[in-house]
Design a protein around this ligand. Structure first.
Ligand code: PEP
Ligand code: MG
Length: 758
C-alpha cells in the first residue's frame, strides 16, 4: 500500500505546534512515533534520545516494541544500527537488519520479527539530539523515498525537542537530555593509553571500522546531479593525484614505498569498478550514490576474502571512493587526503600506515595492541601513535575533535583551550630538549671517557636525522621493513640497492646490518606459515633464516656486496645457542666463497655478531663472546623473554620493566662476558635510551649506545653528567637490589628519572 508522505509531514507539523502550547513531553513523543508509524506503514517506530555526557542513546518512545523497553534500552554511540547512524550522522537503511554487521539484539523487546530497519539521526546542525527508527516485518521494505521523508521528519523533531526545552517543559530533565545552548562546549574528557610513537597530534577522529562496510553511504543531496562526463573527469583527476602521490612517496621512502599505490590505480582502471559506476550513472543512479554502492560492494568482497593480501585492499578501495567522490564534488585536492584527521583503527597494516602517512594523516589510535613494526614505522615517520583498549577506542565518535600527547599516551577528547596552551609550551620545551644543533660530535663522560652514540635505522628516511644528530654510525639496521611492505620477498638486487644507499649515506661510518627479523608480531602477508599458537616462541628471526636458506643467502650476499669498501658488520637476531651462531656464520662464509668465485666485490672484513635477546643466550654469553666478533644487547626482546611479558600486550604492559633486577643482572653479565673476551659490546634496544638507565649502563662498562637518534641530546647530556666512578657506584648499588621496589626507590632517591639540564 502506498505510504502517505504528505499527510505525515502535516501531522508532524501539527505535533510541533502542540509542543508550543505545552503538551506533556511524553505524550508528544508517543504521538510522534504513532503518527510516523501509521503514515509510513511501519510496524515499529521508536525515538531514541541522545545524552552527550554518557554518550548514550536511550529509547524514549515506541510504537510496536515492548513498552517496558522505554527508558531501559540504551545504546552507546556507534552501538547497533541506530548507534552507528547517530555516530556517523547519516541514515542507515538495512533490508535485513540481522545481517547488518552493526545489528545488536536486545532480548525481551520483541524486535526479532522485524526484518527491515531504517534509522535516521535527529540533529540540530551537527549536534546529536537522538534517532528516529522505523522497522517492518517485510525485508527490504523501506525505499530511498522513505529515507528522505524520515530525514525531513527527524529534522522537525529536533526543533520540537528544542522547543520543549525552551518553553520550560523539560522538568523531568533526567528523561530528556539537556539540549545544550549552541555555544556550550561538551565537556573535555581524557583517555589514557600507551605510547607507541611519540609526538602530538590534533585533529578529528576518523574510524576505520568494519561495521560501516555494509551500510549504505547515502549521497549528500548537494552532490547531485552529475553526468557520466563529470564522473569521467573525476576518474582522470583521481588517477593523476594517485600517480603524483606514488612518485612523491617513492622518492621519500625508496626502500619501502615501491609502488605502494599501485593497487589504487589497478582498481580504478578495472571495468568492474569504474566501469560499473559509470554504468549505474548512465542508468540514472545519482553519481555519488553509484560510487558508494560500488565501493561498498568491493569492500564487502575484499574484507571477506580468506587471502590477507586481498583483505589489505579494503583501505585502498575506500580511499579511492573518497577521492572519486571529492573530485566529483570538485573539492580541493587537500580535502582528498587525511590532513586534520586522526585515524582510529582496530588493526593497521604497515602498508596502511605508509599510505596514510603519505596522505598527511595527523596520528593513529589503535586498539588491537601495537605490533612492534607498526610502532617503529610510526616513529620513523614521526607520526604519533597511541594504543588504547577496544572499549575506549569505540567510545571516540567519528568527527570528534581530539588532541593527543602520544609520548604520554594521553588523548583529550573535545580539548579545551587550556590544553592547547599547555602543549604549546611543552612543545617549545620538547624542541629545546631535542635540539640537534646542541649535540656535540663526541660524547664524553664528566671525567673524559668516550661513549659512542649510534643510530637505529628502520627506514632509509631515518638517515637524515641520523646525520643531523651526528650519529657515529648505525648500530642497528632493522632490515625487515622492505620485506614487510612488499608483496613478495625482495630480490638480492633490490636489497643490494637499499643497503648500498645506507652504506653510502653513512660515508665510511660503521653500519651494523641485522638479518631478517620476521615472525613474532612481524608477519609477512605473502609468506603463509602455519598459524602458530605462540608466534613469539615460534619461527622467528634467525630460526626463519636458517630454515629458509635461499632467502637468507640472498640477504647475506646483498649485505656483503653493499659493504664493499665500507665499514660494515652483520648481526643475527634471536640467537639461542652457540650452535645457532656457528650455523649462521658458516652460511655467511659460504656466501663469501660464492661471491669470491663469481668475482663480485664484497666486504671481506665483515664482522659477525650476536644479538643478545634470550635468557638462553645470557647463560652462554661467555661462549658466544668467545666465538662472535661482537655482541649487541637487544633489550626489547631480552626483557620480554626474561620476564615472560609480551611486549605488545596492553594488559601486561605494567609488568614489562626495564629496571627489573633480573634484567639489570642479565645485561651486566653480557657486558662482563664481552669485555672479558675483548669483544665489542653495544646495546640497541629501547633500554639504551631510557634516561633512568644511562648511568647504570655506563657504570657496567657499556660504551656504545645505539638509539632512536632523536634521543641523542638527552643521552649525551646524561653521559656528560657523571664520572665513570659515579656511574660505577650507581651500577653497583642497582645490581645489589633483589626487589623491583628497591630499584624504583633508588631511582627516585637519586633523581635518575629527572632529565639533566643542558
Ligand atoms: C630488541 O629486541 O631490543 C631489538 C633491538 O630488536 P627489535 O626491537 O627489532 O626486536
Ligand atoms: Mg629484538
Amino acid at each position: 500500500m502506498k505510504k502517505r508522505n504528505i499527510d505525515l509531514v502535516c501531522d508532524i507539523a501539527e505535533l510541533i505546534s502542540l509542543a508550543e502550547v505545552g503538551k506533556n513531553r511524553k505524550e508528544l513523543l508517543q504521538s510522534a512515533v504513532a503518527s510516523v508509524a501509521k503514515h509510513m506503514r511501519a510496524d515499529v517506530c521508536s525515538i531514541y534520545i541522545y545524552g552527550e555526557d554518557e554518550r548514550e542513546l536511550t529509547l524514549r518512545a515506541t510504537q510496536g516494541l515492548a513498552k517496558e523497553a522505554v527508558g531501559e534500552v540504551k545504546l552507546k554511540l556507534g552501538e547497533g544500527i541506530t548507534g552507528s547512524a547517530v555516530r556517523d550522522l547519516r541514515p542507515v537503511c538495512a533490508g535485513q537488519a540481522s545481517q547488518n554487521t552493526s545489528y545488536k539484539h536486545f532480548p525481551g523487546i520483541e524486535e526479532e520479527k522485524y526484518k527491515a530497519f531504517l534509522a535516521v539521526p535527529i540533529l540540530r546542525g551537527l549536534r546529536r539530539i537522538g534517532a528516529l527508527v522505523v522497522q517492518a516485518k517485510e525485508a527490504d521494505y523501506f525505499t530511498p523515498n522513505d529515507i528522505k521523508v524520515l530525514r525531513a521528519i527527524a529534522a522537525q523533531l529536533a526543533t520540537m525537542i528544542e522547543n520543549v526545552q525552551l518553553l520550560g517543559e523539560a522538568r523531568e530533565k533526567a528523561e530528556i537530555p539537556e539540549v545544550a545552548p549552541v555555544k556550550k562546549v561538551a565537556k573535555e574528557s581524557i583517555i589514557r593509553g600507551r605510547s607507541a610513537s611519540p609526538g602530538t597530534a590534533r585533529g578529528r577522529a576518523l574510524t576505520l571500522g568494519s561495521e560501516q562496510h555494509d551500510s549504505c553511504l547515502l549521497p549528500d543531496p548537494a552532490a547531485e546531479p552529475h553526468s557520466p562526463q563529470d564522473f569521467e573527469k573525476a576518474v582522470e583527476k583521481t588517477a593523476k593525484q594517485i600517480d603524483k602521490l606514488q612518485r612523491q612517496t617513492g622518492e621519500e621512502l625508496a626502500d619501502v614505498a615501491v609502488l605502494i599505490f599501485s593497487a589504487h590505480l589497478l582498481i580504478l582502471e578495472d571495468e568492474q569498478f569504474a566501469g560499473r559506476i559509470a554504468g549505474l550513472i548512465q542508468s540514472g543512479t545519482p553519481a555519488v550514490k553509484a560510487i558508494s554502492l560500488v565501493v561498498n560492494e568491493h569492500v564487502e568482497v575484499f574484507s571477506s576474502s580468506k587471502m590477507p593480501l586481498i583483505r589489505e585492499k579494503v583501505l585502498d578501495v575506500k580511499d579511492l571512493g573518497n577521492r572519486l567522490t571529492r573530485n566529483l564534488l570538485d573539492q580541493k585536492a587537500s580535502e582528498c587526503d587525511y590532513r586534520g584527521q586522526v585515524i582510529i583503527a582496530h588493526e593497521l597494516l604497515p602498508s596502511d600506515i605508509l599510505k596514510l602517512a603519505a596522505e598527511n594523516v595527523e596520528g593513529f589510535i589503535v586498539s588491537s595492541g601495537v605490533t612492534s613494526h607498526n610502532a617503529i614505522i610510526c616513529r620513523s615517520l614521526g607520526i604519533p601513535m597511541v594504543a588504547v583498549s577496544r572499549d575506549l577506542a569505540d567510545g571516540i565518535a567519528n568527527g570528534e575533535e581530539l588532541f593527543m600527547d602520544a609520548g604520554q599516551g594521553i588523548i583529550y577528547l573535545r580539548p579545551s583551550d587550556e590544553v592547547y596552551e599547555k602543549y604549546h609550551e611543552l612543545d617549545d620545551a620538547w624542541k629545546a630538549l631535542h635540539n640537534a644543533s646542541a649535540v656535540k660530535s663526541k660524547t664524553l663522560t664528566k671525567c673524559g671517557a668516550r661513549v659512542q652514540i649510534h643510530a637505529n635505522i628502520n627506514l632509509l628516511s631515518d638517515l637524515k636525522p641520523a646525520r643531523k644528530f651526528k650519529a657515529e654510525g648505525v648500530g642497528l639496521y632493522r632490515s625487515e621493513f622492505p620485506f614487510i611492505v612488499r608483496n613478495d620477498f625482495p630480490t638480492e638486487e633490490e636489497q643490494f640497492v637499499i643497503y648500498k644507499k645506507l652504506v653510502d649515506q653513512m660515508k665510511g661510518k660503521p653500519v651494523t646490518f641485522r638479518t631478517l627479523d620476521i615472525g613474532g608480531d612481524k608477519m609477512l602477508s605473502y609468506y603463509s606459515n602455519v598459524n602458530e599458537a605462540n608466534p613469539f616462541l615460534g619461527m622467528r628471526a634467525i630460526r626463519f633464516s636458517l630454515q629458509n636458506k635461499d632467502i637468507f643467502c640472498q640477504q647475506l650476499r646483498a649485505f656483503l656486496r653493499a659493504g664493499a669498501g665500507g665499514n660494515t658488520r652483520i648481526m643475527f637476531p634471536l640467537i639461542a645457542s652457540v650452535d645457532d651462531f656457528e650455523e649462521a656464520r658458516a652460511i655467511v662464509h659460504e656466501c663469501m666463497a660464492g661471491l669470491e668465485a663469481e668475482g663480485i666485490p664484497f666486504n671481506h672484513e665483515t664482522q659477525l655478531g650476536v644479538m643478545m635477546e634470550l635468557p638462553a643466550a645470557v647463560e652462554v654469553a661467555d661462549d658466544l663472546a668467545q666465538e662472535a666478533d661482537f655482541l649487541s644487547i637487544g633489550s626489547n626482546d631480552l626483557i620480554q623473554y626474561m620476564l615472560a611479558v609480551d611486549r605488545t600486550n596492553e594488559q601486561v604492559s605494567n609488568l614489562y620493566l626495564a629496571h627489573h633486577p633480573a634484567v639489570l643482572r642479565a645485561v651486566n653479565r653480557i657486558v662482563v662476558a664481552a669485555l672479558s673476551h675483548g669483544k665489542d659490546i653495544s646495546i640497541c634496544g629501547d633500554l639504551s635510551a631510557d634516561l633512568r638507565m644511562v648511568p647504570f649502563l655506563v657504570g657496567i662498562g657499556l660504551k656504545k649506545f645505539s638509539i632512536d637518534i632523536i634521543h641523542a641530546p638527552t643521552i649525551q647530556r646524561l653521559v656528560q653528567a657523571y664520572t665513570l666512578e659515579e656511574a660505577k657506584e650507581i651500577a653497583g648499588k642497582m645490581l645489589g637490589f633483589g626487589r623491583i621496589s628497591e630499584v624504583e626507590a633508588f631511582i627516585r632517591a637519586r633523581k635518575l628519572d629527572v632529565p639533566q639540564p643542558g
